[in-house]
Ligand binder design. Structure first.
Ligand code: KG4
Ligand code: ZN
Length: 350
């Protein structure tokens, strides 16, 4: 079965073709970074318009690279994300589904991230703990199977990617802030600033990053611009430490022997090294997508769509997009691993 995947939830237009026999056949990404750079962040209306301009040509070129032909289904990101941007992908998918007479399925963006390590050579077996760290979400999830998700912890304020972006901004770095801050931190002194490791001094698996951001703001103001690399390094160390402490706790709490890390911040080199050390210490498995598939992409949507379409008849698919969509509203795909034939979630917020 061959699935066309479409991702337009934020500032990247991603398209891919995934074949359940042959794997990923083609994928491409158009980044809107240059478009939003002058504004220091994503401008939703500009994002939607750029998806309109770029999506169909990208679909044409990815389909050609995949050998042409009509796919057996179309998967698109239905949420969570910027609703105008989501609707571009949803409408294109609905139109293509009608034109080709193939099923269309709306995929949960975070499920896409969560399953993205499955595209690698050494895919994780279930069950595992997933750390999902993106611009909009910070989640620890116990994953028993596809659609069998229990949220163990989440951020009570800023998402970790958002904290990277805001901290980068206050250090005068451009958008997107995460990679820029990580690059500046390379030359920083890890010992100069000891920032808090928020919410690690009490039990629990939730996160909070807004206080850390304030601590960084005060330190940067006091120490001045010459100290910015050290501040960046101190911030990165604090975030990486905090995430590692919570991952260890989640592995203890669930007894899971595998950790999966995905989402844009999963591309962070220091986080990857730290979690590698943690997993090795504990004899646990560790799975990341390749860095290009940590950030938003069409491949993860095509893959998640292939699992859901492959397991049963999809529900009717109007052009649907949800700006907010809790991950734990999802159910397993129909007939997946036994008897839970409950369909694909029942929540609705618009
Ligand atoms: O998953 P993603 O591409 O989009 C969302 O679904 O939000 O994640 C984007 C986030 C941004 O906040 C970006 O700054 C962050 O991931 N990010 C990084 C790195 N690469 C991307 N943060 C830290 N280090 C990186 N190398
Ligand atoms: Zn994402």
């Amino acid at each position: 079965m061959r699935i066309l995947g479409i991702e337009t939830s934020c500032d990247e237009t991603g398209v891919a073709v995934y074949d359940t026999e042959r794997g990923l056949l083609a994928h491409a990404l158009h980044s809107q970074v240059a478009l939003h750079a002058d504004y220091g962040g994503v401008v939703p209306e500009l994002a939607s318009r750029d998806h309109v301009r770029k999506l169909l040509p990208l679909i044409d070129s990815v389909r050609a690279e995949a050998g042409g032909g009509v796919p057996d289904g179309v998967a698109y990101t239905a949420g969570p994300g910027l609703v105008g941007a989501l609707l571009v992908g949803a409408s294109a998918a609905a139109g293509l589904g009608l034109a080709w007479d193939v099923p269309v399925i709306g995929v949960h963006h975070m499920e896409g991230h969560l399953l993205s390590p499955m595209l690698e050579d050494d895919p994780p077996a279930f069950p595992f703990v997933a750390l999902l760290v993106s611009g909009g979400h910070t989640l620890l999830v116990e994953v028993a199977g596809v659609g069998r998700y229990r949220i163990l912890g989440s951020s009570v304020d800023d998402a970790v990617g958002e904290a990277f972006d805001k901290t980068a901004k206050l250090l005068g770095l451009g958008y997107p802030g995460g990679p820029a801050l990580a690059a500046l931190a390379e030359s920083g002194d890890p010992g100069r600033f000891a920032f808090p490791r928020p919410m690690t001094d009490r039990p629990g698996l939730d996160f909070s990053f807004s206080g850390l951001k304030t601590a960084v703001l005060l330190a940067a103001r006091d120490a001045g611009e010459t100290a910015y690399a050290d501040v960046a390094r101190g911030f990165e160390e604090a975030v990486v430490d905090t995430l590692a402490i919570k991952c260890a706790r989640a592995l203890d709490a669930t007894g899971a022997g595998r950790l999966v890390v995905a989402g844009g911040v999963g591309a962070n080199r220091r986080l990857r090294a730290r979690l590698r050390a943690l997993a090795d210490e504990r004899g646990a498995g560790l799975h990341f997508p390749r860095p290009a598939f940590c950030t938003d992409n069409g491949a993860m949507i095509a893959y998640a769509g292939s699992l859901r379409l492959g397991e049963g008849t999809p529900p009717p698919a109007p052009a649907r997009a949800r700006a907010r969509w809790p991950l734990d509203e999802l159910c397993p795909p129909m007939n997946h691993r036994g008897t839970e034939a409950q369909g694909y979630g029942n929540g609705s917020d618009r």
